[in-house]
Design a protein around this ligand. Structure first.
Ligand SMILES: Cc1ncc(COP(=O)(O)OP(=O)(O)O)c(N)n1
Ligand SMILES: Cc1nc(C(=O)O)sc1CCOP(=O)(O)O
Ligand SMILES: [Mg+2]
Length: 204
């Protein structure tokens, strides 16, 4: 099974109960991977929230990925970590997490895409396909054609992220991308479970 198919990234603005309800609904709807992304709280709160999500994912087969922090990933024995270009270098992270954990890396330009080929990573997060209010400091908009070209060039699975929702999903899927990662289309939906089901129907 392709774990990147529908990749939920959590909303750090949501309180713990909402976060748990969103992830529970998304997993019931069939989401294939979950990343806990915390950008504001302290490391203790990050570990607490990550552990709460680990409990929900236990036994479901849905991998738990931690954004930014290798120490948090190790603390909760997550399935992997997602790093950006200014986070811990990929080779250092790989040394710390071991060969069996998943390692994702954000790619923000063509040169980084080329450089990634020699890195010990498992997948690329192509940042960003479209501008999004969820993350205001993205560097580039790849758009549909940029995504298509990246998919053709890159030897790693590519996850598209940034501004993806039901209205542009067909075009995204048409590029043969390996997966889509999203926040608001699931976290802010009236029913995260139904939103996940509807997104998966489109992904096919
Ligand atoms: C799947 C996925 N792709 C890209 C990102 C963005 O990571 P990064 O560039 O480090 O930015 P922050 O998310 O840390 O603000 C991601 N988190 N997940
Ligand atoms: C966490 C994240 N990383 C991005 C990147 O481009 O690197 S965009 C993003 C947020 C995506 O949220 P939404 O699905 O609501 O647009
Ligand atoms: Mg990061």
């Amino acid at each position: 099974m392709n774990p990147y198919r529908l990749y939920l990234v959590t909303d750090d603005q949501q309180d713990l109960e909402t976060l748990k309800a969103v992830v529970t609904g998304a997993v019931a709807g069939g989401v294939t991977m979950v990343q806990v992304r915390e950008k504001h709280g302290d490391v203790r709160a990050f570990i607490e929230r990550a552990f709460a999500i680990k409990v929900i994912l236990q036994g479901t087969g849905v991998p738990l990925i931690i954004n930014d922090r290798v120490d948090v990933a190790l603390a909760v024995d997550a399935d992997g970590v997602h790093l950006g270009q200014s986070d811990m270098p990929a080779d250092t992270a790989r040394r710390l997490i071991g060969k069996d954990k998943l390692l994702g890396l954000s790619i923000e330009n063509e040169q980084q895409l080329i450089d990634a080929e020699s890195l010990p990573i498992d997948y690329v997060g192509l940042s960003a396909i479209f501008a999004t209010p969820t993350k205001s400091n993205t560097k580039k908009e790849w758009g549909i054609e940029g995504l298509r070209n990246a998919v053709a060039k890159c030897s790693f699975p590519i996850v598209a992220i940034g501004g993806i929702n039901a209205s542009n999903l067909d075009a995204i899927i048409g590029t043969n991308v390996d997966g889509v990662a999203l926040v608001s289309a699931i976290c802010h939906a009236p029913s995260p479970k139904q939103a996940t089901i509807d997104l998966l129907k489109k992904i096919g």
